[in-house]
Ligand binder design. Structure first.
Ligand code: TRP
Ligand code: ZN
Length: 867
């Protein structure tokens, strides 16, 4: 479903922010739910904010049934594309608008729609306007009362935000419930759910003694799969009290799991709606990664209650105000409960892979965008994950206690209001006394800064100098760049791997350097021999580091760096040296004995966290490596990565096998230690599979596994041309799980990611699988998204991958533009490929541009790419 007339979408600019002419103080919503025609009566109390007496309300795909102002029919209005404009209004009035929508026909999953047999809503960012005509903008905070009426047998649960205040039965087997939310909120936090569910209930007592009812609603039969979500919710509530001093503020917290959902989850006040992927888990059907994902997303949505709901965003350009901060909070939550180093490594990989790639794409934007056509396009790794890195840098510069003082001041100033990123930084600066004026550039400047380090050891003077220069290359929409305030943590090591103190002017320096200029030179004194620098420790800033490490230096850091993330990073850089050599020479370069020896000692290290060992053994993925080059040679990179992995597999085979066997399955639990064992075990199996001699072990693991991590680990290891049991195992998996779409996603993504051009045939066949549905975003993301992220097949020289992608995007453009838009990104980067591929990719974009029904989501990206 799309907007009726194909008018050219227009852009909005951050600089044009203006308050609305009226505000809405309270709204009473009445929903008469029917699958194909739901009536919504919205009664709002409005108040003028200035002397303008016209009011422009947003609305899309609504059938207008009636308008009254202060009880009388109102005819002084105009209905336009996407808007309802009322004129000559009083300064204070009651507005009643009656509209009708069709939830069943709503495949875009925005506004009111059906998921399975249930009604549900998704209003962020601008979906409330598909429910009623409204001031659908985050700076209008109203109190909501919501009455939901529906058939009682089919929809026994009728849910909305806040507290249940009344209920009753009507004639014809229908019933109704009224909910009242005492906290004023913007429309994007509204939610409604009606359906039949199993309900997991628990309670949490806040530290000031309030009893909160916790309720998780899942599809019938799934109750036992909601336990981990409930545990994660209680852990989140406790953690936010302990680390941030923040308590929950309603008597009830509800979570509903739905199968049809465009994103991960949504923080609607008191009534979160979740993609079932981030609620449902048990030993048989969920991997350890799924368990950790549930913990992170439950935490994320819960933490939004303060950072997002209590203080919301003035306008959507400020999205990172809530998202960057809330991602930072969920990362800290996962790090406090699990392994800090492993979490950091995973977060760093997201920045260096997808985020750096976004910075280098036509859609590059700062964490606070300046120009938006379709807001849904800006729920990005830049706004979220780079946004979190920006908060983390503030945390690094201020330290925990000043950071918490800043948070406290932020809530003192802005609780119950809609705020800006500037407000946040001001609170941090005022509470800490740390000058953040230059730092604020991180909000407005896009692109990835490159930090280049040159060093010099002066034997005579016994000094070691580091010259550190920064430079941000221009991005698609921003030419001029200024130096940023960059926290840059370092350490120096001597030949034995011992830390060398950092002394300048006879004074010991902290390990955190602060870069504010285009170039700095730091001269460290009392240095006896040329040291090895450990640079950008803990990835203290989201920048690209350039320093010519020697192999010997990296081997030293791998072994001796005091910081776990730095040891992992050294291993990544070392593999990077080989990958670059291979890509540049077009030839295989074998790992040296020293490197192999270092990898062996990491693999067999008895002390280290096994999850971290597993991370360290894996080379940087294709999406990260391709970002190192302005012109991407797909074939050379894939060949280099395959050669490197085979080299490791072949040379470490005895150790990989021994470690694999030593980690054989034990009593299943989800302790971090057990998860780490399974992770390393499966990384070993995957390496071993490359030698072609471990089909039996793969099959044996698959058949004897009592948990999804090991079953899917075996399938992942089998997912290559050289493993003969692949088809057999995939068939067995499909036979077992074909009625569980969520589990089948693990199978769909492997078809999409099959590392060969054969993936296209596998994906086309899987489109006909009984568990696949083009209407379900999870299925689409795994199968089609898996394929688009598979460079072997997506970048097939004959263009077959691009053509298939173009066809799928055209289909999704009709049914669900938001999902289509999330898949298109690799195609936008055509300019970085060889002429043949470039032309083929561009052709697909041009075909899309010629589509007269192109949705705003794809329009914005296609235009940016072809400009
Ligand atoms: N605020 C949600 C989150 O970060 C994001 C979200 C959920 C969303 N569903 C959406 C954003 C739909 C846009 C459209 O947790
Ligand atoms: Zn969020």
């Amino acid at each position: 479903m799309k907007d009726a007339s194909p008018i050219q979408p227009t852009a909005k600019y951050r600089k044009d922010y203006a308050a609305p002419s009226y505000t809405i103080t309270s709204v009473d919503l009445r929903f008469n739910l029917h699958e194909t025609a739901t009536q919504v009566i919205a009664t709002s109390q409005l108040k003028a904010l200035g002397c303008d007496d016209t009011l422009e309300l947003q609305g899309e795909q609504l059938v207008l049934k009636g308008i009254t102002v202060n009880g009388s029919q109102w005819s002084d209005y105009e209905e336009k594309e996407g808007a309802l404009i009322l004129s000559n209004l009083p300064t204070e009035f009651e507005l009643v608008i009656t509209t009708e929508t069709n939830p069943k026909a709503n495949t875009a999953l925005e506004g009111l729609y059906m998921s399975g047999g249930a009604f549900c809503t998704q209003c962020e960012a601008e979906g409330f306007r598909r429910i009623t005509y409204f001031l659908d903008r985050p700076d209008v905070l109203a109190k909501y009362t919501t009455t939901v009426e529906a058939d009682k047998a089919a929809f026994p649960f009728l849910l909305s935000n806040g507290n249940k205040i009344a209920q009753g039965d009507t004639s014809n087997g229908r019933h109704w419930v009224t909910w009242q939310d005492p906290h004023p909120k913007p429309s994007y936090l509204f939610a409604l759910v009606a359906g039949d569910f199993d309900q997991l209930v628990d309670t949490f007592t806040t530290r000031s003694g309030n009893q909160v009812a916790l309720e998780i609603f899942v599809d019938k039969g799934n109750l036992s799969r909601a336990e981990h979500a409930m545990l994660s919710l209680k852990n989140s509530m406790k953690w936010d009290e302990e680390r941030f001093g923040l308590e929950y503020d309603l008597d009830i917290y509800m979570i509903v799991a739905v199968d049809f959902f465009n994103m991960g989850a949504m923080e609607n006040k008191g009534l979160n709606v979740f993609n079932s992927k981030f609620v449902l888990a048990d030993q048989d059907s969920a991997t350890d990664a799924d368990y950790l994902g549930i913990e992170a997303v439950i935490g994320h949505e819960y933490f939004h209650n303060w950072t997002g709901n209590r203080v919301t965003c003035r306008d959507w350009f400020q999205l990172s105000l809530k998202e960057g901060l809330t991602v930072f909070r969920d990362q800290e939550f996962s790090s406090d409960l699990g392994s800090r180093a492993v979490n950091r490594v995973n977060n760093v990989s997201v920045i260096r892979g997808p985020q750096f790639a976004e910075d280098a794409s036509p859609m590059s934007h700062p964490i606070r965008p300046e120009k938006v056509i379709e807001m849904n396009n800006f729920y990005t790794v830049t706004v979220y994950e780079k946004g979190s890195e920006v908060i983390r840098m503030i945390h690094t510069l201020l330290g925990e206690s000043k950071f918490q003082a800043g948070i406290k001041l932020y809530f003192e100033r802005h609780d119950g209001t809609a705020a800006t990123c500037d407000d946040f930084v001001a609170a941090m600066q005022d509470a800490s006394g740390v000058d953040l004026s230059q730092f604020k550039l991180w909000y407005s400047q896009s692109g990835t800064p490159i930090v280049t380090v040159k060093d010099h050891f002066d034997e005579q003077a016994q000094t070691y100098s580091l010259t550190i220069a920064q430079h941000t290359p221009e991005t698609a929409t921003q030419k001029d760049k200024q130096p940023l305030h960059i926290p840059f943590d370092i350490e120096l090591y001597d030949d034995k791997g011992d830390v060398v103190p950092l002394i300048i002017n006879e004074k010991q320096q902290p390990s955190l350097l602060q870069l504010t200029q285009a170039s700095h030179t730091f001269v460290f004194e009392n240095i006896k021999h040329k040291p090895t620098p450990s640079l950008l420790r803990e990835f203290t800033a989201p920048v690209k580091l350039e320093y010519d490490y020697t192999e010997a230096q990296l081997v030293l850091l791998m072994k001796c760096a005091t910081n776990e993330v730095a040891r992992w990073d050294a291993t990544q850089s070392l593999m990077g040296l080989y990958i670059k050599q291979m890509v540049e020479s077009g030839q295989t370069v074998a790992l040296s004995d020293k490197v192999l020896e270092a990898l062996r000692s990491i693999l067999t290290d008895k002390q280290a966290d096994k999850a971290l060992i597993a991370e360290a053994l894996l080379p940087p993925p294709y999406n990260e490596v391709s970002g190192w080059y302005e012109q991407v040679d797909v074939d050379a990179i894939l060949t280099a990565l395959d050669a490197l992995r085979l080299d490791i597999a072949t040379n470490l085979e005895p150790q990989l096998k021994a470690v694999y066997l030593s980690l054989s399955a034990q009593q299943y639990d989800i302790s971090h230690q057990s998860m780490a064992r399974r992770k390393l075990r499966n990384v070993c199996l995957r390496y071993l599979s490359r030698t072609g001699n471990y089909d039996e072990e793969i099959k044996a693991q698959f058949e004897s596994s009592d948990n999804m991590t090991d079953s899917s680990g075996a399938l992942i290891a089998a997912n290559t041309e050289t493993v003969s049991v692949r088809e057999q195992l995939m068939q067995a998996f499909s036979d077992k799980w074909s009625d569980n779409g969520l589990v089948m996603d693990k199978w769909f993504v492997l078809q999409g990611q099959y590392p060969s051009i054969q993936a296209l045939d596998k994906v086309k066949a899987a489109l006909d699988h009984s568990a696949f549905s083009m209407q379900n975003p999870n299925r689409v993301r795994n199968l089609i998204g898996g394929f688009i992220g598979n460079p072997y097949a997506f970048h097939a020289k004959d263009g077959s991958g691009y053509r298939f992608t173009g066809e799928m995007l055209a289909k999704l453009n009709e049914s669900n533009p938001q999902v289509a838009s999330r898949l298109i990104d690799p195609l936008l980067k055509f300019a970085r490929y060889d002429d043949q591929r470039k032309a083929l990719m561009k052709k697909e974009l041009e075909t899309l541009r010629g589509n007269p029904n192109l949705a705003r989501d794809l329009f914005e990206k296609v235009e940016a790419a072809l400009k």
